[in-house]
Write a protein that binds this ligand. Structure first.
Ligand SMILES: NC(=O)c1ccc[n+]([C@@H]2O[C@H](COP(=O)([O-])OP(=O)(O)OC[C@H]3O[C@@H](n4cnc5c(N)ncnc54)[C@H](O)[C@@H]3O)[C@@H](O)[C@H]2O)c1
Length: 491
């Protein structure tokens, strides 16, 4: 039995409940004691839930040591399985051993099931910190998601396929080393980051947490691949937000520039608009450098805003349902609008609403990942794909949701609220996105069917909506003030 003990966490990655979840005046000793008790209960619950067997040959046990509110883990794994043969549905494509970092999250869970269904051997690595953010912020996903352990067991029941599980923080190199050595991936898909721009802009603690979690986590992944799986293909989730909104066309990763008579192809300029987006920019540079210096192979997927909840696999059983965030911190534009429409809340368009971005259906996210995995980057290659299918302004989305609501007999109103972000509200936007289509992506374009389905999901679970979480509560300009949505339950 191999055991790896996670190193003591650096304080920069810790969020104590006292700093992470307080509004207004300082926390009293009684409140702090209550919070600590809750955290301990939360961690011991994770310990209890993680002592499970996902299939007959693999046992993953974890020990969580609560450090200031972020779950730290020690992983112990018996008898790692190797597939003797893999037979999938993707028609003769090579079967891969795919490790999915962040596999309990919105994109990661859907991708894990999709790849597993296609016959690939899949391991999920996750610290479960996303669930802890909900605890800290007093929010919850619209859809009631089961624990990771229950989800994995249900997936085995409905598909017959096992998923390996490693619970731990990729910022802990010992944990990551154990996971990589034990599973021996040929592909690592990296979704495992703090992904909310508003969360990163709340205060110093969360800005530091976001950049440490994302940049150090990714650096650890690069070192783990270099040391223990040098031929492994890293597929890393970046974001279209890395580019900002330049007044010229956005290329896929690189631009050829002629300057003072000389020409070169250079990384496309990055103009990130939050500490979260900046963490992704730094990740991209680290990836490019590691490919050049060590001959690693990596694909940076600059993903647009993802919408939708169901994929073919997550729809197979209620217990497999994906998360759907609607709150002002983690909710993203179209998903939020559908939930707002379902509960009769005016659609919250920030400022003028001309902000234009790339969007894609979650069913295309999982397919893009599959295409990138099946067509890996070459040794030493750092490539960039812009992963979205259509671009919309916020006003476009509001109009589409209003129209779809009318068809379902829901009266939808729109309200222009003060923009909490620092961003252009009317601007040029034209981003290229042809590389994944060239690899075979057939996009699910946003249409009535998807909007109907999303609105129906929102209506089904509307009793779970907390109206206080809907309005934006984090201001880019007033970073450091405590957002009104932060109200740790139990304090
Ligand atoms: N959702 C979108 O619209 C969107 C758009 C563009 C890019 N992305 C990128 O895609 C990725 C996945 O996004 P998502 O919406 O699924 O986010 P998510 O928050 O739902 O999932 C991220 C998962 O990673 C885990 N995680 C975070 N830090 C970790 C760590 N240090 N160690 C182990 N696990 C860790 C979390 O617990 C969570 O389960 C992110 O990198 C995000 O930046 C998402």
């Amino acid at each position: 039995m191999a055991a790896v003990v996670a190193a003591a966490s650096a304080c920069a990655t810790s969020l104590s409940l006292s700093s992470a979840g307080c509004q207004g005046p300082a926390v009293t000793a009684t409140q702090r004691a209550a919070a600590t008790k809750r955290l301990e209960a939360f961690n011991s619950e994770i310990w209890r839930k993680c002592a499970f067997s996902s299939n007959s040959t693999v046992t993953t046990r974890t020990k969580i040591s609560g450090v200031g509110g972020i779950a730290r883990a020690t992983a112990v794994k018996d008898s790692p399985t190797r597939p003797s043969s893999l037979v999938g549905e993707s028609g003769g494509s090579e079967k891969k051993r795919v490790m999915i970092l962040g596999g309990d999250g919105y994109c990661g869970w859907a991708t894990a099931l999709h790849l597993s269904k296609k016959g690939h051997e899949v391991a999920i690595v996750d610290s479960l910190v996303r669930r802890l953010f909900d605890e800290q912020l007093g929010t919850q996903t619209l859809t009631p998601i089961a624990s990771l352990q229950k989800r994995v067991k249900k997936w085995k029941d409905v598909s017959g396929n096992s998923l390996d599980v490693y619970i731990g923080d990729i910022c802990e190199f010992g944990f990551l080393e154990h996971a990589v050595k034990s599973f021996e991936p040929d592909t690592v898909v990296h979704f495992g980051e703090q992904r909310s721009a508003p969360y990163s802009m709340m205060d110093r603690d969360r800005a530091v947490f976001t950049q440490h979690n994302n940049v150090i986590g990714t650096l650890n992944v690069l070192f783990a691949i270099k040391e223990f799986a040098p031929d492994c293909h890293l597929v890393k989730l970046g974001t279209m937000g890395e580019y900002g909104t330049p007044n010229i066309d956005i290329e896929e990763g690189f631009i050829t520039i002629t300057h003072n008579g000389r020409t070169d192809t250079l990384p496309y300029p990055k103009q990130a608009s939050s500490f979260y987006h900046l963490s992704k920019v730094h990740d991209s540079h680290n990836l490019a450098f590691a490919c050049k210096a060590w001959g690693l192979r990596a694909t940076d997927l600059n993903q647009g805003v993802v919408y939708g909840v169901h994929t073919a696999e997550t729809a197979m059983d209620e217990m497999l349902i994906n998360r759907l965030d609607y709150d002002g911190v983690f909710g993203t534009a179209l998903n939020r609008f559908c939930v707002q429409a379902a509960v009769g809340h005016p659609l919250t368009v920030y400022g003028k609403g001309g902000q234009t971005r790339g969007y894609l259906d979650i069913r295309d996210t999982v397919r893009c990942l599959e295409l990138a995995i099946l067509n890996p980057a070459k040794t030493g290659e750092f490539r960039v794909f812009n992963q979205f299918t259509e671009q919309f302004s916020v006003n476009d989305l509001a109009k589409l949701v209003t129209k779809a609501g009318e068809k379902l007999g829901i009266e939808v109103k729109t309200s222009h609220v003060e923009n909490p972000r620092v961003e252009a509200e009317e601007h040029y936007y034209n981003a290229k996105h042809s590389k994944l289509v060239e690899l075979g992506l057939e996009p699910h374009l946003l249409g009535d069917a998807l909007l109907d389905s999303l609105l129906n999901v929102a209506v089904k679970y509307k009793d779970r909506v907390d109206f206080e979480q809907i309005l934006p509560a984090v201001s880019w300009k007033k970073t450091g003030t405590k957002p009104k949505t932060v109200k740790p339950s139990g304090l």
